[in-house]
Structures are given as structure tokens and as C-alpha cells.
Ligand binder design. Structure first.
Ligand code: XMP
Length: 319
């Protein structure tokens, strides 16, 4: 019968059988799937696992530190924390088209990951957090966005110079099963119940050209929004929530005069499958409080708007 500990025991045995004494490399994003894969592999093969965490400069506030703290410091997992922010931002300079930005971010991720993996001695396996719905989506020849998403997220193809075999211990599991296993393996509940975050990160939440100064402002606004959602008990009642940076400027007045600064949009949705979504009917008082905090605390943002568009036609992300 299905219990998390049975599944773990079974997976651990299968991983050991497959891997033997060889080494495994895993691209750790901090998302649910890659995190649970890392925890499971660590349980099975300990030090034979090396995780590569690529900081692309487009992560949320404190995110890199959090991932490294959880895996490296608390669990004793080997994690290579690669700060590639400058490289990503350089490559994105002047690029405004959303799909072009996605391509650049995806390509660079693979490049950086491969460089690190190539430095490791006798790696024979690449672990991926592929779950059952990904397998089904990939088999679907219509090949929609989900396909593109996973091909980026899950590293997409092995580098030619390495003949790595895949280890995909979550391949037969649904998301809720993955979550239960993660909890059983001792991953923090807030990591397991985190809203999804797109591979290209803030790169598609800064409309148009990505700049470091925009990313810094957006990170702070997003953190305020999420913190308030958690505090108000709304985080669990929404499927995804985030701030979007709009590179337009709008006039504002404050005690000390006129401001002419940027705009942030807040988006929160409720959805089951992410194919359709309803905008979350957050209380006005709550929105008021968040808006005031963002404008008061973040110099450079003088206006906050709330996105009241459903999907369809509006996608969940703005780009
Ligand atoms: P949309 O914006 O298409 O998003 O309504 C549906 C879900 O997919 C996520 N998303 C992405 N995830 N790479 C990802 O890994 C991407 O390029 C990407 N674009 C959208 C989005 O956050 C939402 O959960």
C-alpha cells in the first residue's frame, strides 16, 4: 500500500541498484521536484550526490541563501553554489522580447550547469526531478508550453562530452505524492508547499529589458507581498502570487515633494491546473496595506496596481 515511507524505501533501493558506487550530478533549483529528488538521492547515496545550484541573478529575495542553508548546512548535501548573476545579466542586456529572454536564460543555465558538471570526477549519472505529469506532457506530440517549460527546467538534453545516464526517481509520482515524500524526508513544509516559480525567474517578471536595479526593486516588492500573504493566511489559499515590475514611470507626491518612479503590479491567482485561473479576490484592506508598505519602503516605486485579469485570456505570468 501507498505510504510515503514505503515509496522512499523502494526508491532508495532502486537508486542504489542503478547507481552503484558512481557519482550523480543534479541541477537543484529549490523548487519542489528538484528538492525532493535531491533529498531522496541524498538518503540513498549520500556523498555520491553533488547538486549544482545556479544563481542566475533572477531569484527571489534570500532564495539562494535559503536553498544552500537547507541542503548544505542542515542536511549535509554537497551543493555547489554558482553565482552566475553577472553572466546572465550581461547576456540579457538590451533584450526585450520575452521568448528571446527565455531562450537566453535557458541556454546559459545549461552552459553553466555543464561547466560545473564537467569539473566533477567520474560522474556517470544526471538526476532530474521529472514527475509523472511531465512524462505524460512530453509524450503529448502537440508539444505545448509545458514541454518548453520542462525542457528548460530539467536541463534539456545531456552535454555531448559526457555520456550521462538519467536517474529520475519521481517519474511515476504525482505532485501530491512528491510533496508527501518530501515532508517524510524532512524537507521544510514551506519549501514543499511553495508556489511554483518559473525557470526564467524574475527575467519574465521584469517586463522588457532586465536590469539589475529593476530586479533589486522587484525582489523587495515581491518579498513584502508574499510575507503579507503568509501572515494573512492567504498564501495557502492562492495557487501563485507575485509582483511584476513595469518599466514605466508614474507621478506621485509625498511629504517631501514629487516622485516620478516605477510601477509594480501584484498578481495572485487561484487555479487547479494552471491552464485556467481566476484572479484572487484579496480583501481591499489587505491590498491597501501591501500597497502602502511597498510604496513607503521601496524608494523607486511610487505606484502599485492589482491585476484583475483571468486566464484565459491573460496568462498567469505577464510575459
Ligand atoms: P502562464 O503564464 O503560461 O503560466 O499562464 C502557467 C504556469 O507556468 C509557469 N511558467 C513557466 N515555468 N518556465 C517555467 O519553468 C517558463 O518559461 C514559464 N512560463 C510560465 C507560470 O509561472 C505558471 O505557474
Amino acid at each position: 500500500d501507498w505510504t510515503a515511507s514505503n515509496i522512499i524505501e523502494d526508491s532508495v533501493a532502486r537508486i542504489r541498484q542503478q547507481v552503484g558506487t558512481k557519482r550523480v550530478v543534479l541541477g537543484l533549483s529549490g523548487g519542489v521536484d528538484s528538492s525532493v529528488t535531491a533529498a531522496l538521492l541524498h538518503r540513498a547515496i549520500g556523498d555520491q550526490l553533488t547538486c549544482v545550484f545556479v544563481d542566475n541573478g533572477l531569484l527571489r529575495l534570500g532564495e539562494a541563501e535559503q536553498v544552500v542553508a537547507t541542503f548544505d548546512r542542515h542536511m549535509g548535501v554537497n551543493v555547489l553554489h554558482i553565482d552566475a548573476a553577472e553572466r546572465f545579466l550581461d547576456a540579457l542586456r538590451g533584450v526585450e522580447d520575452p521568448e528571446e529572454k527565455r531562450r537566453i536564460i535557458g541556454r546559459l543555465f545549461v552552459e553553466v550547469f555543464d561547466e560545473q558538471a564537467a569539473k566533477l570526477d567520474d560522474v556517470a549519472f544526471l538526476a532530474q526531478g521529472t514527475i509523472y505529469p511531465d512524462v505524460v506532457e512530453s509524450a503529448d506530440s502537440s508539444g505545448g508550453k509545458a514541454h518548453v517549460i520542462k525542457s528548460h527546467h530539467n536541463v534539456g538534453g545531456l552535454p555531448d562530452y559526457m555520456q550521462l545516464e538519467l536517474v529520475e526517481p519521481l517519474r511515476e509520482l504525482f505532485k501530491d505524492e512528491v510533496r508527501r515524500i518530501g515532508l517524510e524526508l524532512g524537507l521544510p513544509a514551506d519549501m514543499i508547499h511553495r508556489h511554483p516559480f518559473p525557470g526564467p525567474g524574475l527575467g519574465v517578471r521584469i517586463l522588457g529589458e532586465v536590469r539589475k536595479e529593476y530586479a533589486d526593486l522587484l525582489r523587495r516588492a515581491d518579498a513584502i507581498f508574499i510575507q503579507e500573504l503568509r501572515q494573512a493566511g492567504w498564501y495557502e489559499r492562492t495557487s501563485q502570487a507575485f509582483a511584476v515590475f513595469l518599466p514605466v514611470r508614474s507621478v506621485g507626491v509625498t511629504g517631501d515633494g514629487r516622485r516620478y518612479e516605477h510601477v509594480v503590479a501584484l498578481r495572485a491567482v487561484e487555479t487547479v491546473d494552471f491552464m485556467t485561473a481566476r484572479w484572487a479576490h484579496l480583501p481591499y484592506d489587505f491590498l491597501d496595506h501591501v500597497s502602502r508598505r511597498i510604496i513607503n519602503e521601496i524608494e523607486g516605486i511610487s505606484r502599485v496596481v492589482y491585476d484583475i485579469s483571468g486566464k484565459p485570456p491573460a496568462t498567469i505570468e505577464w510575459e
